[in-house]
Ligand binder design. Structure first.
Ligand code: UDP
Length: 193
């Protein structure tokens, strides 16, 4: 079920329900797009029609912040629990580790990205790091998409911060032969530590 929070659709969803959907989307042709919604995004997205469209068309709009839970409560909604983008990413990495899935990491500063990947490889040795591109690359979107398509990733994590990551996904997701996409903000920075 979906409810409108500050003018944007947000799903009444839990970690368990999302993880339940993962194998279904991996087995289907439909892409799974997990987009974080928080009050800041809800307020600022109005400036970016492409981001509003991305959120409207995404399969999983997560209530990423206690602010969304509070607004839901005040407006008589049913969202009871926050789904944090970072925590969800960690659960997806665990799933990818268990099932030996290919992950692509796009975003953050080169050294942050390298450290994050080192830690991910240590902690999740069976996960396949299929590729990575830092968030300050001079590559064109065409080249970035081509690099992703060369490996056909199961998971694509995009960490460019708001609004770049949302705008990037809005423009490029349809061209990537990948299965599950998530915008993850500063998560690579956390994973690099
Ligand atoms: N980032 C990036 N390219 C950019 C801008 C930001 O890769 O052009 C990365 C940044 O290095 C950080 C992440 O995006 O790893 C989140 O950035 P920030 O903290 O500014 O965004 P927020 O988490 O507030 O959305």
């Amino acid at each position: 079920m979906t409810e409108m929070i500050l003018g944007l659709p947000v799903d009444q969803i839990t970690y368990a329900a999302i993880l339940d959907d993962v194998p279904k989307f991996l087995a289907s042709k439909q892409k799974m797009s997990i987009i974080s919604v928080n009050p800041q995004i809800a307020l600022e997205a109005k400036k970016y029609p492409a981001i509003i469209q991305l959120i409207e068309n995404s399969t999983h709009r997560i209530p990423d912040g206690i602010g969304i839970v509070l607004v839901s409560k005040i407006t008589g909604g049913k969202i009871k629990e926050r789904v944090a983008g970072f925590d969800l990413m960690v659960e997806l990495l665990e799933y990818a580790n268990k099932t030996q899935k290919k992950c692509f990491f796009y975003g953050a500063k080169p050294e942050v990205l390298n450290d994050a990947i080192k830690n991910i490889q240590n902690d999740y040795p069976n996960l396949i790091v299929a590729g990575s591109i830092d968030g300050y690359t001079k590559m064109t979107n065409h080249e970035i998409v081509a690099q992703m398509n060369a490996v056909q990733p199961d998971f694509v994590f995009v960490a460019l911060g708001f609004p770049r990551q949302e705008l990037w996904l809005a423009e490029n997701m349809t061209n990537v032969n990948g299965s599950i996409f998530q915008d993850v903000g500063g998560s690579f920075d956390v994973l690099s530590g």
